[in-house]
Structure formats: C-alpha cells, structure tokens
Design a protein around this ligand. Sequence first.
Ligand SMILES: C[S@@+](CC[C@H](N)C(=O)[O-])C[C@H]1O[C@@H](n2cnc3c(N)ncnc32)[C@H](O)[C@@H]1O
Length: 260
Amino acid sequence: MTDTKPYSKLKIIFKYILYYFSAKGKHSVHSPLVYGFITQVLKANNNCKYLAAERERKRLRSNPAIIDFVDFGKKGMTFQKKIETIANNSLKSRKYAQLLRTTAQYFNAQHILELGTSLGITTAYLTYDSSVRTTSLEGSERIAQEAKQVWENLNLAQIQCITGDFKNTLKQIPKKSFDMIYIDGNHQYEPTISYFEQLQKNSHDKTIFIFDDIHYSPSMEKAWKHLQSQPQVTITLDLFFIGIIWIDASLSKENFVLRY
Ligand SMILES: C[S@@+](CC[C@H](N)C(=O)[O-])C[C@H]1O[C@@H](n2cnc3c(N)ncnc32)[C@H](O)[C@@H]1O
C-alpha cells in the first residue's frame, strides 16, 4: 500500500524547487489550449481581486470559537478545533483561490462542483458570477454552517451545500454535467481515483477536473500518475499545488508541468 502520510515540510520544499526549475513557460508550449491558459489565466491572475471574500477569510482567522466536527477524511473521527485554526490551515490560499476563479471565468464554467467545502471561502471564489450555480460537498455539518454564513454575508444565494460523507453525497448530487469539478477533500489514492471515476457520469467533453495537493504524499502522487494514464484523460497540467485535467477527446494527449 502507498504511504498516505503527508511529506515533511522539508521534502515539500525540496520537491517544489525541483518542480520550479523543471516547469515550462509559454515559449515551450505548442498546445493552443495550454498557451491560452498560460497567457490568459496564469499571467492575468493578479488582476482578480475579491476583497469581500478576503474580509470573510480575515473574520474567520480571528474567530477563536471551538467547534466539534466529524472528519470523514480521518475515518469519521470527531475532532475539536478553533475556527481560526481551520481558516489558517485548511483553506486554499488567496493566490490559488484567485487562480480557480480566473480559470472558471476564462472557461465560462456555469455549473461547478466542489468536493470539500470547509469554510466556503474557495467556493465563494469559484462562484464568480450571478449566473454560476455551485454545488459544494462537505462532511461536517458544523463546518458547513460556518460556510453558509460566509455565503450569506457575500450574497451568494446560488451555492448549494450537501453535507455527509462523499461516498454517500456523491450519489445525491444533481443528475447533470458540471463544467468544472474541484476535488479538495480526502487526499488519498483510492478515494481520489474513485471520485474521478464516479464523476465521469457528471461530466462532459469540456469538463475541467481540478485536483488539490497532488504532491501532498506518495499516495497522492500515485493517484496523479494514475489519473494521467487514464485513456479518457488528454491534457494534464501540474502546477504543483494543484493538478488540472481535460477529458476532451479532440485534444492530443500530453502532460505539462507549468510554472506558477
Ligand atoms: C482541505 S478542506 C477544503 C478546503 C476548501 N476547498 C477551501 O479551499 O476553502 C477539505 C474538507 O473536506 C472535508 N472532507 C474530507 N474528507 C471527506 C469525506 N470523505 N466526505 C466529506 N467531506 C470530507 C473535510 O471535512 C474538510 O472540510
């Protein structure tokens, strides 16, 4: 069995340095889709500012209230944590939340699915326009309650949250295709592969799959390699902290490591 333990901080830094110096820029890329992604999304990303969401992040980061929650990623065990600790440690940073928002916007994703809501900050970023409908899945009722407060404060009534273990809630999601699917929960080999397989029925040719923390552990790196080898997977982008996959059969199969 592959090691599910996360790599040490030192190992991650070492891996990041290797990634950084081996990653490509726009001049060595011939795929029009990837070239467009580099020039219109990666380079333009700094223009995207969502100050209201950052104010919500700041509010959560200074909330010392302790909550009880069930962590389905850790065998359904119950934990107690301060909201500020969750806000500091579990959420995608502003840089990556902005990237996800710019990506959704550039590819005009109208129906978005997120696995792993946590406090709902990244969900808010993904929901870049009033026309976008986002479904987000979270194991902990108590954490989802905080996320709902965030969305209410940001006037994002179009987000639907479904609570419970992904293995049950994946069966409850609307029977439709999503344009973008962001998987950020239960970072282990088998669940990651299984979510990807189950979600094929909720995808179409142009669906973009985004996986979080693809270099988090040996088990996640194995999952990323497995996904790259799947016959329906054509283009993959490794941005180190996230991996992006297209299943569009009209594209040539190629794996890219891009500097971000
Ligand atoms: C890393 S956090 C998500 C962060 C969020 N996407 C963001 O960037 O703001 C992962 C979340 O997934 C949830 N989770 C993990 N495994 C799960 C499972 N098997 N079923 C349901 N929820 C799960 C955890 O409760 C946690 O809140």
